[in-house]
Ligand binder design. Structure first.
Ligand code: GTP
Ligand code: SPV
Ligand code: MN
Length: 586
């Protein structure tokens, strides 16, 4: 499939290390993928679902100890610890290679090594980059074939170049004690062993498109971000694009596929999905910020996805989808998850494959169960999805899960203040990563687990991009859908109603909204958020837009402690912004 000597000699070396019985090149052709699905069904890796109701759909159950990203075992491996900074787990590069070589030695014995050539971004785009993943998991191949652009075209665009990301993956023994996801940014290499799940194993996603790509972006002058990209079309047919960064399981996929309520759709607003998880952003020839989605599919959180909350997401899963760790409905050989509807199946297996009934009070699907669906099957996919030039970004939105501190929406005075807002993000942890759920942690730009280099330098890089953008920089906002009342219930209804907040953001872009100067940034008046046709009261909205200055004063202490951890790499501009905030809070 290729004569690229750099690639062939690397594959040769990796084959000698891992000793597979067989080596198979993935061409991307449907016939080859179909053969793999058949094999995976025979081995029990996949279960073929009801082909009338869910054509081309399969169910997979991961090992019960392998259900989410493992941040503690995700390492940045460089010569100096300073490169990784205080927020990453670091290992000295040579020591990491030595440790990993032991774990990979003979790990594919008795198995097939699949060579997956893939492109992140439309082939031929100046944004796009090629990767090769070597893996012994057919499940990984089938997921990568949905999530990325796989096959010969990727090799053709690589040609003889040595500029490709080298991904080596083996499920080995799925041993959690020896599970490591190592990144070597100096070599554009990723070695992942003993996991078969999600971001640990689909190396195009977080490992390449964020951790490695963020370091490439720093070197080459662009940004790799944990952001959805959404197009908003006004009644005149003009489309403006926003990019939004929320931490894992905080609502990116849902916002990216937003279906507006009747009030907005009757006025002629339409929403178009460009991406739901990752954005690569570059300054275009016109001086504006442009973005592509480097992926080709969605690896979306299943629980909570429903006709009511995310009809477009649900529709995208109705064909050609791999479901992982959801409930298997044995009556009609379909699937189910919590809050899909109010009718949990009676004759069913839970995500572990055990007989299960919702009356038991346990959840049937794992909270981090997922669907892998092709972007092409999403009813609201943007016509710009494959545009090699990407889309121009008018606003950047940060957000997270904050029960108390953050208001529904506020804006940054300028780019520098916007970088500050991104840098002070914090959110409650979710099931997307192994560990405690619901604990507030600092998660700047939703990149804490995904930035491949020192986050202090990352903030400097953001500031530099801003200097180049000048007055063409997008406006920056922060949103919070998750503020709770004294009973702990969410006050803002979220989902389709989030269109109302996006409308305010667009009005700001167009210079047609109130921007009331507050200590944390600018805010809308309660008249700026349109409540027509919704049962939220004006009092509720006032509560959602209110600020608890005592909590914010406490917050500034946490921010200072976070910055100080970096021992000098935090740019002085951010300390200045922190001082301004403190003064304004009094
Ligand atoms: P990753 O794929 O892990 O990066 O997650 P994500 O950011 O794409 O989150 P996703 O859209 O899958 O949502 C995660 C969870 O948050 C789901 O259970 C959703 O139902 C819930 N959620 C999403 N949007 C909202 C919202 O506006 N309000 C509330 N209350 N919950 C939401
Ligand atoms: C996330 O955790 O942000 C995800 C899922 O999008 S994973 O692919 O596992 O990283
Ligand atoms: Mn994500």
């Amino acid at each position: 499939m290729t004569k690229n000597q750099n690639l062939l000699s690397w594959i040769d070396e990796m084959t000698k290390l891992t000793s597979p019985d067989k080596v198979v090149w993935i061409t991307g052709e449907e016939s080859q993928l179909e053969e793999l699905r058949k094999m995976a069904c025979e081995s029990g890796e996949l279960i073929k679902l009801n082909q009338e109701k869910l054509p081309g759909c399969y169910l997979h159950r991961s090992h019960i100890n392998d259900v989410a990203r493992v941040e503690e075992r995700t390492l940045i491996c460089t010569k100096e610890k300073q490169h990784a900074g205080p927020t990453n787990n670091w290992m000295e590069k040579d020591a990491a290679y030595a440790m990993m070589k032991e774990l990979f030695k003979g790990s594919m014995k008795g198995r097939t090594m699949y060579i997956i050539p893939f492109s992140m971004g439309p082939e031929g785009s100046k944004f796009a980059k090629v990767g090769i993943e070597l893996t012994d998991s057919a499940y990984v191949v089938l997921n990568m074939a949905i999530m990325t652009r796989v096959g010969q075209k990727a090799l053709d665009s690589l040609g003889d170049s040595n500029d490709f990301v080298r991904g080596l993956h083996s499920i080995a023994k799925l041993d959690p004690e020896h599970r490591y996801i190592c990144h070597f940014p100096d070599d554009n290499a990723i070695w992942s062993v003993n996991s078969g799940y999600g971001g640990n194993a689909l190396l195009g996603k977080k490992c390449f498109a964020l951790r490695i790509a963020s370091t490439q972006g720093q070197r080459e002058g662009w940004l790799a971000e944990h952001m959805l990209i959404l197009g908003i079309e006004n009644p005149k047919g003009e489309v403006k694009y926003v990019a939004a960064a929320f931490p894992s399981a905080c609502g990116k996929t849902n916002l990216a596929m937003l279906r507006p309520n009747e009030y907005y759709s009757s006025k002629g607003y339409k929403f178009w999905t460009v991406g739901d998880d990752i954005a690569w952003l570059r300054i275009g020839d016109d001086g504006r910020l442009w973005a592509i989605n480097p992926e080709a599919g969605f690896f979306g959180v299943a629980p909570g996805t429903s006709e009511e909350r995310n009809p477009n997401g649900l529709a995208a899963t109705q064909k050609g989808t791999i479901f992982t760790n959801v409930v298997h409905n044995l009556d009609d050989n379909t699937i189910w998850w919590e809050r899909l509807d109010n009718n949990p199946p009676k004759n069913a297996l839970n995500w572990k494959g055990e007989k299960w009934n919702s009356d038991e009070g346990t959840s049937g699907a794992h909270p981090n169960s997922r669907f892998t669906a092709s972007a092409r099957n999403c009813p609201c996919i943007s016509k710009e999805f494959d545009n090699p030039n990407g889309v121009p970004i008018s606003a950047i939105v940060f957000g997270g899960r904050r029960a108390k501190t953050a208001p529904l929406v506020y804006g940054a005075r300028d780019w520098q203040h916007g970088v500050f807002l991104g840098s002070i993000m914090a959110s409650e942890t979710t099931a997307a990563a192994a560990g405690e759920v619901g604990k507030v942690r600092r998660d700047p730009m939703a990149m804490l687990p995904f930035c491949g280099y020192n986050m202090g330098d990352y903030f400097t890089h953001w500031l530099e991009i801003g200097k180049k953008l000048g007055d063409k920089a997008p406006l920056v906002f922060n949103v919070n859908w998750f503020r709770t009342d004294e009973k702990g219930d969410f006050v803002w209804p979220g989902y389709g109603e989030n269109a109302r907040v996006l409308k305010y953001i667009l009005n700001c872009v167009e210079g047609d909204a109130h921007k009331v100067d507050e200590c944390i940034g600018f805010m809308p008046t309660s008249d700026d958020i349109d409540l027509e046709g919704m049962d939220l009261t004006k009092d509720d909205l006032d509560f959602l837009l209110s600020l608890d200055k005592d909590l914010w004063r406490e917050e500034t202490e946490g921010i200072k402690a976070f910055y100080d951890m970096f021992e000098g790499t935090i740019p002085k501009e951010l300390y200045e912004e922190l001082d301004i905030l403190k003064k304004k809070l009094g």
